[in-house]
Design a protein around this ligand. Sequence first.
Ligand code: 6PG
Length: 476
Amino acid sequence: EKARIGVTGLAVMGRNLARNLARHGHAVAVHNRTFAKTKALVEEFGHEGTFVAAETAEEFVASLERPRRLVIMVKAGAPTDAVIEEFAPLLEPGDMIVDGGNAHFEDTRRREQALREKGIHFVGAGISGGEEGALNGPSIMPGGSKESYEALGPLLEDIAAKVDGEPCCSHIGADGAGHFVKMVHNGIEYADMQLIAEAYDLLRGGLGLGAAEISEVFRTWNAGRLDSYLIEITTEVLAHTDAATGKAFVDVVQDRAEQKGTGRWTVQTALELGVPVTGIAEAVFARSLSGSAGLREAAAGLPGPTVAKLGEEEAAGFADAIEQALYASKIVAYAQGFNQIQAAATEYGWDIDLGAVAALWRGGCIIRARFLNRIRDAFAANPQLPTLLTDEYFREAVAGAQDAWRRVVATAVRLGVPTPGFSSALAYYDALRAERLPASLIQGQRDYFGAHTYRRTDREGSFHTLWSGDRTEVED
Ligand code: 6PG
């Protein structure tokens, strides 16, 4: 019997994906650089379905039905290129290579083009949900050709997470679109995590609550509009006690957040595209700052505010205000992320259905959340929506939250609790809705020192003022 699909690279993600396929009744060929891992997988989980263990690349390719579907689950970067170079010569036109790793979308575009010339479909597929998701239903974001999706889609949709019976998988767009959307997913993941961390910090610093009490606050929030996987695991992490010391787990873990780099890519790409993703950027910078050990040590004695705690009156309703600030800031972060996807779609010629992206993030992935239904509805009602903030539901939600949001940011500033996520989201909101921005002054400065010219509000054309002369205006 030939296998319907093959997985090469059997580290935990690849192994779980292969098992997921097998459990769904798809015969799956498995291959790994070292055969021992392949054998171990089949020995341990062979009873879950039909596995075809292949020792060599040739055996692996020969075991697949045609057109071949070959999924590579190896580290992004050079290892992915190495595996492609190994397999591509063994494939035939019409065959498909799926890269399920966290590849940079530019690499995916390059690989797709190179393989297309050989008649091979290269599908960069973002897969989210970690080990658990890979096994029990991830969120899948496949790029590549429409034609390849016809052959791959049914299989991928079969193993993806389901929400209201709908699979969390759909064709995103050509070449690198899938990996691009996965990258933005991760950037939003960073922003979400940062906002939750700021809420925690304020509950602690402002109200003096302990980790276990804060866990309870998040638990109640998770029963409402903030209902999401990240809030859910936050309650778990905060409630956890360190076995060795008996202290709250969060109090014994070093406060230095690490990153593998996908959040940084999101911001780098946003800079190139000229899309302000301040929420994601602040989240990336906050991680960098937390990890700047020397800098933090040197600055440790710097003076803070004299008031460091809230009075009783101020404390009343503060937790609820934080919930509102969190929700509003989260809306801003998602609005920015979707704007980035929109801009990339224009730049790279991808036909991306933003509502479908929101829909497939509702389950399986790390940022899965109830409010993604709202985002899906917003784009369904208006696919050309310039920003989520002008959608009726979100407009009302932010309008209702903004007083509390402003109070939280003001209080944080007064207490000296850093809230780059909440604050920058609010600044973005205020800047976006402003009738006039001080950018006119910046234009004046630029024209003054560099004759960079400016545009007028009342006439077409570009102008320059003779600043060092008689200050008359000349048309450029
Ligand atoms: C997912 C996650 C996954 C990974 C992150 C972690 O969607 O399943 O996003 O891709 O856990 O890359 O990123 P950092 O190590 O950069 O925090």
